[in-house]
Design a protein around this ligand. Structure first.
Ligand code: DC
Length: 234
């Protein structure tokens, strides 16, 4: 049985929508590791903790009490019972999360937390290093990508729908900055695992991406045991 499915990729590639859809389809638990880093950033800001104060950041991580609640395919994220789903998506938190998540002490805590959640199995985990660092032995790994322009456009639509007044140029620039931070850091940088199936979602619908992923999962299930590399037609 496929127990852990990892979905890594840059921001705006469509990881969340696809991961939630896949988890629903399979009846698996869904965890968004980016949301964990975002919650740490939110708490850092609200508690006025300095980004450099690693002891305080580690304490924050140890005290997280996060719930991912799915209602009709929509995820609500709670920390200590408080709904933080909307606030953690704001651009100020995105940028702070990108900086804070580069800190090894923070990554160690959040990695341990993800592994603990994964002990129960049947997990769809989205992130940046889910298949490379957190679960290098995961049975099925995906790396979901899209062009910078397309990712900027998707994030822009998402934020404007939420009523945020921000320009497409600013959103795209933020994505470029975060891509750079996320892929050049020394701890858990954004990169595909060697055995990840890479999917470029630029011109694909959500349904098409999920269908492609299901093909891979079905094929891997048939193999049984350790998963082999499988080429998927793009
Ligand atoms: O996926 P996201 O945009 O919600 O992630 C927010 C930030 O957290 C992003 O800049 C990179 C970081 N992150 C990370 O370093 N490792 C993960 N596994 C997930 C996210």
């Amino acid at each position: 049985m496929v127990s852990i499915i990892t979905i890594d990729g840059p921001s705006g590639a469509g990881k969340s929508t696809v991961s939630i859809g896949l988890a629903n389809l399979l009846g698996y638990t869904y965890v968004d590791s980016g949301a964990l880093y975002r919650i740490v950033a939110l708490e850092t800001m609200q508690k006025k903790i300095a980004e450099e104060n690693e002891d305080a950041l580690v304490d924050l991580c140890k005290n997280l009490e996060v719930t991912f609640r799915t209602t009709n395919g929509k995820i609500t994220i709670l920390n200590h019972g408080r709904d933080v789903s909307e606030r953690i998506r704001f651009p100020d938190i995105s940028m702070l999360a990108s900086r804070i998540s580069a800190r090894k002490a923070v990554r160690n805590q959040i990695t341990a937390l993800q592994r603990k959640i994964g002990e129960k199995g049947k997990l769809v985990l989205e992130g940046r290093d889910a298949g490379t660092v957190v679960f290098p032995d995961a049975e099925v790994k995906f790396f979901l990508d899209a062009t910078t322009e397309e990712r900027g456009r998707r994030r822009f639509n998402e934020l404007t729908l939420k009523g945020l007044s921000i320009s497409l140029e600013q959103v795209t620039q933020d994505i470029i900055t975060r891509d750079h931070n996320d892929s050049t850091r020394s701890h858990g940088p954004l990169k595909p695992a060697p055995d990840a199936v890479i999917i470029n979602s630029s011109a694909m619908t959500v349904e098409a991406v999920i269908a492609r992923m299901m093909e891979v999962i079905q094929a891997k299930k048939k193999l049984g045991g350790k998963i082999e590399w499988i080429k998927v037609k793009q």
